[in-house]
Design a protein around this ligand. Structure first.
Ligand code: PHE
Length: 368
């Protein structure tokens, strides 16, 4: 007989039982082999073309005389179920073996609760001070166009102020027009422009985020750091509003005895511009190591939005088919930007900026 299947000669129940139980014993024997390849076993027995059951169906069921078909059919179905059960069992045994290799007496892996990173904490504190003053929160991408990071912010091409920003540019951008070239944003200020392109005045927004500059890493510098930007635009916004807002924000953060002072400064996108110092929160202005014995700490840059920025926004809005709404004759605004990393380092007495980005849980867990 072909395929190693013996020929059925008698079709009484006893002979059929004997023939089928012979096959079943074969299947059980090979399922019990120590190095059973489960998939091979399944193919050998249940394979649609080459499987033993297919051969049995051909040799016994199809070839049987009509009157024996019912008896053979019943036994064949039973056999098929038995073989399928063997396949399932061998799968279950394989799983059991894996489970047994697990040593349940070993200590489990602890899932320790996470906590806010100190930088995130500082940013959230700052952002919530401004939220309480009615500011909304915005974000923007870290990869920006030259237009949004520089040109619209009144840094004309080749202007020396661009050099102060130590820009990291993306490769292979030279074939594009300058304003479309991509770079790592050097400040969060491009999100001022994104906001004004997307929303009509009046607006008040704070923007926390990462920025990048081509700086060598040392104890206090890193090529990646964090800023929180602010922008307020409405009719009749004045420098007093800027002073009052920042003074209030700093007092909310560091306590009501904190003083602020403003010095003239320069940013291409604000006019006038100022640097803001706060009285040292560690010595109350008396002078200590943290404030280099001056009693003051420099914290942020700010100023009134330069009319050229509003003009660039409206020109772009027209290009985009939007109504120009930022006529500098009708509206005014202020903006500010502060570095978060230095503030955090001061607050938590961290001496190396790199520790903030190391991901070392021995450092981070101290702030949890
Ligand atoms: N973008 C400036 C910087 O990174 C800070 C700033 C923001 C100054 C907004 C004025 C107004 O140096």
């Amino acid at each position: 007989m072909s395929n190693g299947i013996p020929e059925l000669k008698q079709f009484d129940e006893a002979s059929l039982d004997a023939a089928f139980s012979q096959v079943r014993a074969d299947a059980e024997r090979s399922a019990a082999e120590p190095n059973l390849d489960r998939e091979q076993f399944r193919l050998d027995w249940l394979g649609r073309k080459q499987g033993r059951l297919k051969a049995i169906s051909d040799a016994w069921l199809k070839a049987a005389p009509v009157e024996a078909k019912k008896l053979i059919g019943q036994r064949f179905n039973e056999l098929k179920q038995q073989v399928e059960a063997l396949v399932d069992e061998s799968a279950a045994t394989a799983v059991k073996v894996e489970v047994r290799s697990l040593d349940i007496s070993l200590p489990g892996s602890a899932h320790r609760p996470g906590a806010e990173h100190p930088l995130t904490k500082t940013m959230n504190e700052l952002v919530s001070v401004f939220e309480r003053m009615g500011y909304s929160v915005g974000i923007g991408p870290e990869v920006e166009t030259d237009f949004l990071n520089f040109e619209s912010l009144n840094f004309p091409p080749n202007h020396p102020a661009r050099d102060t920003q130590d820009t990291l540019v993306l490769a292979d951008q030279e074939q594009k027009p300058l304003r479309e070239r991509l770079l790592m944003r050097t400040h969060t200020s491009p999100v001022q422009i994104r906001t004004m392109l997307a929303q009509d005045p009046p607006l008040r927004i704070v923007i926390p985020g990462k920025v990048h500059r081509n700086e060598a890493q040392d104890a206090t510098h890193s090529p990646m750091f964090h800023q929180v930007e602010g922008l307020c635009v409405d009719t009749n916004i004045t420098f007093s509003d800027l002073k009052g807002t920042l003074d209030h924000a700093m007092k909310s953060l560091f306590g009501s005895s904190m003083k602020t002072r403003f010095f003239p400064s320069f940013f291409p996108f604000t006019e006038p511009s100022a640097d803001v110092q706060i009285s040292c929160p560690f010595c109350n202005g008396k002078g200590c190591r943290k404030c280099k014995h001056s009693g003051w700490i420099e914290l942020l840059g700010c100023g009134m939005v330069d009319p050229n920025v509003f003009k660039a926004v409206d020109a772009r809005r027209i290009e985009l088919g939007l109504e120009p709404k930022y006529d500098p004759a009708k509206i005014s605004g202020f903006a500010f930007g502060m570095g978060i990393d230095r503030m955090t380092m001061m607050k938590y007495s961290v001496s190396e900026i790199g520790l903030l980005f190391s991901g070392d849980t021995r450092f981070l867990s101290q702030f949890a």
